[in-house]
Design a protein. Sequence first.
Length: 314
Amino acid sequence: MPYILNTDEVDERERAEFVHEALGSTMVPIELHWPGHHRSVDARGIITDLGDLTVCSGRTTALRVERTPALARDSTEPSIFINVQRSGSSIVVQHDQEAVLQPGELVMYDSTSPYTLLNDMGMSGYFFRIPHSALGIPHDMIRTACAVVLRPGHPVTSLAHDYLSRLAADPALTTAVNADFIGHPSIELIRAVITIHLRADEFAAEPLAATLQLRILEYARKHLHDPDLSVEQIAAAHHISVRHLYKVLARSEISLSDWIRTRRLEACRHALAATPAAVTIGAIARRHGFSDMSSFSRAFRAEYGISPGEWRRR
């Protein structure tokens, strides 16, 4: 379901905090700087998840948006953002680079480093978030393409601008049955724009294969809570065979079952130390993907040398 952002429904004195929390939970934590009095705080928008692609169409009266150094180090999933300029002009600053964006142009910035967005008429436009793991481009290449206008005038960039603008502007597209299917080809188009900008022809030919192991493990990490998570599910999500999945992981001597079990146990160990005693050990185990208490207890003792109950008491 789309998230509707509308400050008209909030008391004037609470609007700034409302927008801050709403964007932090749906897009990425940021700091917004508003003009003058709290009455000037205004924001409208629609935010929709389409698989790995998050689409935001909106406007605010904020004149400056910042992802501060402290926020850039938070636990938010590393992601890139594509900003599609609708009208007027805006500025994106990141990595000592500055892009002045005009209508019809695209720019990218990265959540893992500080950035600043500026618009003296208020921030507005179409914004698209893609996790690094879904984009499939190495971080050093992402850094190079940040805060640079992405090949203005190139036919693929023009196509991407028109397509993304329509996708964000038409709620019927993002709320239709099976709209999640739009996410993957949209990310492919954005990847093409970035790799064309970088002239990374050799990488553009096989970006998915080059990052397949990363995307497999990131998918598994995001679904650790699912007790039914299986190698068949993970392979199907990446449109590969189970045999090929095992082959990819074997290059780094990774056992998928061991990798999943270890990270589930790590999550349980942290939760046992931080969760009130009223929450049972069984509830914690189930929350992190273990469906059988006896097998969880055996695995926990084998990994850490003590039982879950002993660890919690310590």
